[in-house]
Design a binder for this molecule. Structure first.
Ligand SMILES: C[S@@+](CC[C@H](N)C(=O)[O-])C[C@H]1O[C@@H](n2cnc3c(N)ncnc32)[C@H](O)[C@@H]1O
Length: 299
């Protein structure tokens, strides 16, 4: 398993706590209504799908209607696409969910979800796709060029739904307080801003774009902040690993922006890593979830 795959697995419980449940309930209702109005199988396109954690969540949380569903899981990274079937098989072991190959199919609670893992760029794939019923992009819109949002939405049929949860929006906080926190946050966000498509305030940008886009309804928006903290002296599930991965990411990002000029970074990191080891560190970020639909189709 790669470090990134372990990170995505560890992120699952953090995301599960964070996702706004009112938005999730609306998603459930709107997907059910869409399925009732649609002839034939529902078609879900997930972009930036990683190793497939959203598929498992949709099943576990009972968010999908019964019947056959086609689920296209697009990711740019070959290793993620290759890892997806194994992740689903492992998740299903010792449960009542059945996962079979050729085609990769998840059967659970009267649903037959045929999953097609595809290695492709999200915009390129969406640009040559039409007629989807639900488009999902989780923790993605803060790392891709948001000028491509209309292209992503153009994959939807008229009346098709979009769900863009966990879109980062400008706050990275740690506790206990450390004198270098503000400087670390500011360098970390500067690194995000300098990347192609990156934006440390992407959530607000997406909010504005969805509100003013023609032919697009924004049905719900809500915060989905990550809050990672020790409970009874230990981090839940694999969340200590999640925190170590975040600290490694900050080390790379801040190091790239500030170079050797920011010599407090090493002592900040050492203190934060120590606090993970002793289960003292609290980590919070601000994110937004968006749910809506394309009214008339976007071309
Ligand atoms: C932060 S991860 C989130 C993965 C998954 N959605 C989740 O929440 O667990 C972002 C994912 O988007 C993929 N990605 C990044 N840029 C992409 C692009 N332009 N097209 C498709 N996938 C992309 C990455 O390979 C990675 O798997």
């Amino acid at each position: 398993m790669t470090d990134f795959h372990r990170y995505l697995r560890a992120k699952r419980t953090v995301d599960d706590r964070a996702l706004d449940r009112r938005v999730v309930e609306q998603l459930r209702e709107q997907v059910a209504a869409r399925a009732a109005d649609t002839d034939g199988p529902l078609w879900i396109l997930e972009v930036g799908a990683g190793i497939g954690t959203m598929v498992t969540r949709l099943v576990e949380w009972d968010l999908l209607p019964t019947g056959t569903i086609h689920y296209t899981a697009v990711d740019l990274d070959t290793e993620n696409v290759d890892a997806l079937p194994g992740y689903l098989r492992e998740w299903a072991a010792d449960t009542e969910v059945t996962v079979t190959a050729d085609p990769l199919t998840v059967e659970a609670g009267g649903r037959r979800i045929v999953v097609d893992p595809v290695e492709a760029d999200a915009m390129a794939y969406a640009g040559q796709t039409a007629g989807c019923d639900l488009l999902i992009g989780a923790a993605l819109l803060d790392i891709v060029d948001r000028d491509g949002l209309p292209t992503l939405l153009s994959a939807l049929a008229p009346g098709g739904l979009y769900y863009f949860p966990i879109t980062f929006d400008g706050a990275t906080r740690f506790r206990p307080d450390h004198p270098a926190d503000r400087a670390v946050e500011s360098h970390y966000h500067a690194h995000m801003d300098a990347k192609p498509g990156g934006d440390s305030r992407a959530g607000g940008d997406v909010f504005e774009r969805l509100q003013r886009a023609n032919g697009v309804t924004l049905s719900a928006v809500a915060g989905s902040d990550w809050v990672v903290r020790p409970v009874d002296g230990a981090y839940p599930a694999d969340e200590a690993y999640f925190l170590r991965h975040i600290l490694d990411t900050i080390e790379g990002a801040v190091g790239a922006v500030a170079g050797g000029d920011f010599d407090v970074l090493n002592s900040w990191l050492a203190r934060r890593r120590e606090q993970v080891a002793t289960a003292e560190l609290v980590y919070c970020t601000h994110q937004l979830d968006f749910l809506g639909r394309v009214d008339s189709g976007i071309s």
